[in-house]
Design a protein around this ligand. Structure first.
Ligand SMILES: [Zn+2]
Ligand SMILES: [Zn+2]
Length: 278
């Protein structure tokens, strides 16, 4: 890719899917112009791993959180531990946190209780939140609405909802991050949502290893594939892929408070041995 700078706002490269070839994955990302990414934790252990990944590479950052799937495994002390981790300057957000009533891997009342205590911790840490929400629009919006005034910012990650759900989140001041789903044939409502969102509130992500875009659909996703997503977003918005990349990167830098770091040289090669950091 020629001179594009793409920001992957959400990936999980600490997962075992990348255990064998992480260095290659990072190299391909750089070559595709994906010079910035946020490594997103799913619990205390993976939040630490996310931070370790961010430490090695200029332009990379971390988010610390606890996924709603595992809410039943969260101890009362864990939100405080995550908040302590969030004090690291490389941690740019609290997440992912939220509600998932689609898979229901933890009881809903347990998810709600965990979500509230994590939102409180995020308020205390002074970092914006990265929200996972699936089949729980009304409940998620109600919680965010209650906490909104104390939060540093809200990003709805992996937005695959309807245009009216997008409007509801946008009304609260949320940003929306779109995944590879945007490229799927049956995802017209998601494209519609992207088209209606204000241009200064949209971002893109891979959610690697999940949700690979067409033409890599059903394979392991990786940050380099965002090149396909900026093409599609460009078409949806009636702009070029480069413009879509520049727009979403500028929005991410602003949301994560990285504008002053915009000049840091993210294209520099990672330190030797980075591939073994995991
Ligand atoms: Zn998620
Ligand atoms: Zn995720």
């Amino acid at each position: 890719m020629t001179g594009m700078e793409i920001f992957d706002t959400h990936c999980h490269l600490f997962m075992e899917e990348f255990g064998a070839d992480l260095a290659e994955v990072l190299r391909r990302a750089r070559e595709a112009g994906v010079t910035r990414m946020v490594h997103v934790g799913l619990d205390l252990d993976t939040s630490r791993k996310a931070l370790e990944l961010a430490r090695g590479v200029p332009g990379h950052r971390a988010a610390v959180g606890w996924h709603p799937h595992d809410a039943r495994l969260m101890a009362p002390s864990d939100p405080g531990r995550l908040a302590a981790l969030a004090a690291d300057p490389l941690v740019v957000a609290f997440g992912e946190i939220g509600l998932d009533f689609y898979r229901d891997l933890s009881p809903r009342d347990t998810q709600l209780k965990a979500f509230r205590s994590l939102l409180e911790a995020a308020c205390g840490a002074g970092k914006p939140v990265v929200i996972h929400t699936r089949a729980a629009y009304g409940e998620t919006r109600a919680e965010l609405s209650a906490f909104r005034d104390s939060l540093a910012g809200i990003l709805i990650h992996c937005f695959t909802g309807s245009p009216s759900e997008a409007a509801g989140f946008l009304e609260l001041g949320c940003f929306l991050s779109f995944p590879g789903t945007l490229t799927y044939k049956n995802a017209a409502p998601v494209r519609e949502a992207a088209a209606l969102a204000p241009r200064d509130r949209i971002m893109i992500e891979t959610d690697s290893p999940y949700l690979a875009p067409v033409p890599k659909r059903s394979r392991r996703n990786e940050p380099a594939y965002l090149a396909y997503l900026v093409e599609e977003l460009g078409k949806v918005l009636g702009i070029t892929a480069s413009e879509a990349a520049a727009l979403t990167t500028a929005n991410a830098l602003r949301f994560f408070g990285l504008e002053s770091a915009a000049g840091e040289s993210p294209a520099a090669p990672p330190a030797a041995g980075q591939g073994g950091a995991r």
